[in-house]
Design a protein around this ligand. Structure first.
Ligand code: AMP
Length: 182
């Protein structure tokens, strides 16, 4: 069973939902940089204050800040993990490769969740999160296309990438991902 996983895909594809579920059922650490950043914002920490406006605009928080979060979590954790929402650009992916070398760990599978733009927009508008207004959503999709989508080629080249159709019911999609973990 694969234990070091990375979830890739546009905002609204359902990464967070699937990642939380799979991490719970397989005893993996669910490391969502979006969730961690929102917790920092809610706590009003210095880090949260730095991230808040950037997140509200749908842009990416600085690599340095996000890397510090991921680094401390992975260093203090034994066992499997599931990265959700990180890396978000090539610089983060390269920093992650380096960190994992240091830890003598490897990504075992990258799951790419794919969904039509129309469905993404519907899901995001229905979610009602603070950064889910239509203008911000469109911007986040654009940021995904420009900065995050190049990671598909990066991980395909490393022969780690598997795609999953992210339309359908939650359990159905979980089943598709489970099939890749065996
Ligand atoms: P998410 O919950 O993954 O959609 O992330 C929500 C917001 O948090 C994003 O729109 C970014 O502003 C920020 N964020 C989350 N993960 C990262 C990351 N790896 N790098 C930079 N910004 C991030």
């Amino acid at each position: 069973m694969k234990q070091r996983l990375l979830f890739l895909g546009p905002p609204g594809a359902g990464k967070g939902t699937q990642a939380a579920q799979l991490a719970a059922s397989h005893g993996l650490l669910h490391l969502s940089t979006g969730d961690l950043l929102r917790a920092e914002v809610a706590a009003g920490s210095a880090l949260g204050q730095e991230a808040e406006a950037v997140m509200a605009r749908g842009e990416l928080v600085s690599d340095q800040l996000v890397l510090a979060i991921v680094r401390s979590r992975l260093l203090s954790h034994q066992g499997g993990w599931l990265l959700d929402g990180f890396p978000r650009n090539l610089a983060q992916a390269e920093a992650l490769d380096q960190l994992l070398d240091e830890l003598e760990q490897r990504i075992e599978l990258v799951v790419l969740m794919q969904l039509d733009d129309e469905l993404l927009l519907q899901r995001l508008l229905g979610r009602g999160r603070q950064d889910d207004t239509e203008a911000v959503i469109r911007h986040r999709l654009e940021v995904y296309r420009q900065q995050t989508a190049p990671l598909i080629a990066h991980y395909r080249q490393q022969q780690l990438l598997q795609s999953v159709e992210a339309a359908g019911g939650i359990a159905e999609i979980t089943g598709r991902i489970e099939a890749l973990l065996a």
